[in-house]
Design a protein around this ligand. Sequence first.
Ligand code: SAH
Length: 352
Amino acid sequence: MQDYFTSIGEKTFRADQVLQWVYHHRVTRFKDMTNLSKVLRESLDGTAVLEFPEVAAEQRSSDGTIKWQLSLPDGNQIETVFIPESERGTLCVSSQAGCALNCKFCATAQQGFSRNLSTSEIIGQVWLARQILQDKGLGVRPVTNIVLMGMGEPLLNYDAVVPALRLMLDDRSFGLSRRRVTLSTAGVVPAIDRLRLDCPVSLAVSLHAPDDELRTRLVPLNKKYPIAMLMDACRRYIDDDPRRRITFEYTMLDGVNDSSDQAVSLVRLLGDMPAKVNLIPYNHVEGLPFRCSHDAQIAAFQDVLATAGILCMTRKTRGSDISAACGQLVGNVMDRLRRGAGQLRVPSKGIS
Ligand code: SAH
C-alpha cells in the first residue's frame, strides 16, 4: 500500500491512515476517511476498491461454533469457522479454494482444487468475521487467535499468505502476537524454511503417521518431502527460540495409525524435539472408508506419548453437526483437477 501511495504521488503515511480506517474504525468507504484530502478521497474512489467476500450462508453449531460459507466474485466458495472457547475465540481461515494435496481422509481434497486466494481474500475473512461477531455482540475483540487450518495448503500459496500473516500481526490492523497465529501445513519443506525467515508464526504440521510408508499413503505430499526432511525443517524452524515448540496434528484413524506400536514409533520419531501433539478424532467424511478410533484407543495412544514426556492433547471436536470440524470444510469450487465427476463440486452435506 505504501508503494501504491508513492506511485500516485502521495506520502507513505497515507497507507497507515487507510489501514487504520479499515481495520480500527471499520470504515469501508474512502469518502468517510476524513483525514485524507478531498482530492485524494475522490481519486481513490476512481482507482481503488475495498472488497470483502460475501456471506452466502451462516450456520451455527449447538456448541457455539459458527461456519460461514463465503462467495468470491469468480463464483468460488470458501469456508471460515469461528470456534468460541471460554478464554479465547479462534478463527479458522481458508487459504485456497479447494486443495491440491489429495490427503486421503480430508473432505476438502474431495472437492479438488480451483485456485489460490489473494491476500485480500485471506485477510478479508478475518475482517468480515470480526465485524459479524462484533455486530452479534460477541465482544469487542471476539477473535483472539487465528489458525490457517481451513481449506487449502497455505504454504502452496506462499506469496499471498505471508502478507496476510503480517497483517494479522501488525498493530495497524489486528495486532495479534505471533503465538496466537498458527499456520498449519502438510509439510512443504522449502516453504517452512522461507517462513522461518519471513514471518515466523506458530507452526502446526499435519503428521498423521510415524513412518514414510503409511504417511505417503495418507498424505501423498510425503513422497516429495519425506518425514526425515520434514523433521529437520521443523527443528530449524524453532532452533533460535528456546520457548517455542512445533504442534504436530495426528488424525486418529481406526486401525490405520492408532496402535500403541505406532504411538511408540511416534515417540521415537519426535525424540527430544520441542513438540506438542494434537490428536484429532477423525471427523466423518461421506464416501470415505475411514472411521474414527475408539475413545479407549485414543486414550491409550495419548498415554504412550504422555508417559514418554511428550505434551499431548486430544482436540475436542467442534462444529461437526454443521460440517465445520477439521477436514470437513468444502465449498462449491470449480475443480480444475477434475478429480470428481463434474467441474462444479457441490458438497454432499452441509450448506448448499
Ligand atoms: N493443508 C493444511 C491446512 C489444513 S488443516 C494442513 O494439511 O495442515 C486441517 C487439519 O485437519 C489437517 O491437520 C488435516 O490433516 C486434518 N484433517 C483433514 N481431514 C480430517 C478429518 N476428516 N478428520 C479430522 N482431521 C482432518
